[in-house]
Write a protein that binds this ligand. Structure first.
Ligand code: ACO
Length: 323
């Protein structure tokens, strides 16, 4: 048995902020943001929380899958912006859904998080340990932005996506994952320093508690690693890029997506985007995009699709599956 996606859902917060709106509070413009990234707008949480968006996305996914919350064996939430340090997002989702028989845990692999969650679910299902798993990718990245730093805050948004995966004969064909911690500081966001009574010195690492990014290094990493990881996963499955109907990539930047399409020699139409409307939502990007193309009727039973993520860590992952 392997993991098959049998339902998807997504949720964006109500407040929609265009590039022109940002131009009113920052020294930036629609032309600059759109031409370099492809982003036109992003949605920001006001009354919504990472938990509330996750629960809404999860209910839609459960509904499509025809799975009741009590039937779930496990909930994995991929996030870097849960509402609290404790309890974990996955446990809050479990409580809100009434998924009383599900174990729950969070998974932190930044923008690759949803791919890691899917691959983890597939491994659990192949092992025979679980049969029905809810995956959530959810972020409130607006909390982690320095809203005076135009080089980062214009890129990101808030939202959640979810997928229910069930044990099936068909589903995930192959997956690859990787990490390179030696380049971790190209995309950072600091934590809290030690403050207990036995620490005499200031242990502040000096890493900003807001997201900091070396955009050009991230760009070079992405255009090198994403096509390579996709070719690797296709090789494992005995497939070629031509066999794939859609490539659902992490939504960081349109230029990265175009570069990947070019390297794989595949038409851009096979690479749907939602970043124009949503910006980069880290772990939520891939499940939101998957839900959108699913609800647009662009995914058909038996289609072979690739999901790929890349981001902070540095981390990356790619999965090829039968829809
Ligand atoms: N509006 C106007 N000007 C800006 C803005 C802005 N929002 N942000 C930066 N600038 C200015 C800079 O200050 C700089 O000005 P200067 O030349 O006077 O110093 C100039 O624009 C160029 O800045 P760069 O950082 O060199 O811009 P670059 O062309 O590299 O584009 C970008 C930045 C879009 C981030 C690019 O590096 C990129 O696409 N990187 C990929 C990284 C990425 O997409 N990360 C997303 C998060 S990571 C992830 O999800 C995996």
């Amino acid at each position: 048995m392997r993991a098959r996606i049998c339902g998807t859902g997504s949720c964006l917060p109500g407040l929609r902020i265009t590039n022109d709106d940002l131009g009113n509070i920052l020294d930036t413009s629609d032309e600059w943001i759109r031409s370099r990234t492809g982003i036109g707008a992003r949605h920001l949480a006001v009354d919504e929380t990472t938990t509330s968006m996750s629960v809404e996305a999860a209910r839609l996914a459960l509904d499509e899958a025809g799975v009741r919350p009590e039937e779930l064996d496990l909930i994995i939430a991929a996030t870097l912006s849960a509402d609290h340090v404790l309890p974990p997002l996955s446990c809050e989702v479990q409580r809100e859904l009434g998924a009383v028989h599900a174990a729950a845990c969070d998974l932190g692999a930044a923008c690759s998080g949803f791919i890691f969650a899917l691959n983890t679910a597939d491994a659990y299902i192949r092992s025979g340990m679980y049969r029905k798993i809810l995956l959530v990718g959810a972020e409130t990245l607006s909390k982690l932005m320095d809203w005076t730093d135009r080089s980062t805050c214009v890129l990101f948004g808030d939202g959640a996506g979810a997928a229910v995966v069930c044990a099936d004969e068909e589903g995930v064909l192959a997956s690859v994952q990787g990490a390179d911690g030696s380049k971790g500081m190209v995309l950072s966001c600091g934590g809290r320093p030690l403050r207990h009574p036995y620490v005499s010195e200031n242990t502040d690492t000096g890493i900003s508690s807001y997201v900091q990014m070396n955009g050009q290094e991230v760009y070079k990493f992405a255009v090198r690693t994403v096509p390579a990881s996709i070719m690797q996963v296709l090789d494992q499955a005995g497939l070629r890029p031509e066999d794939i109907s859609l490539f659902l990539l992490h939504q960081a930047n349109r230029r990265i997506i175009e570069a990947v399409a070019k390297r794989l020699r595949q038409p851009l139409e096979k690479f749907p985007v939602c970043l124009e409307e949503c910006g980069n939502i880290s772990a939520a990007s891939v499940p939101i995009l998957t839900d959108r193309v699913n609800r647009e009727g662009r995914l058909h039973k038996g289609d072979k699709i690739v999901l790929a993520g890349f981001g902070a860590g540095l981390t990356w992952g790619a999965t090829v599956l039968v829809w």
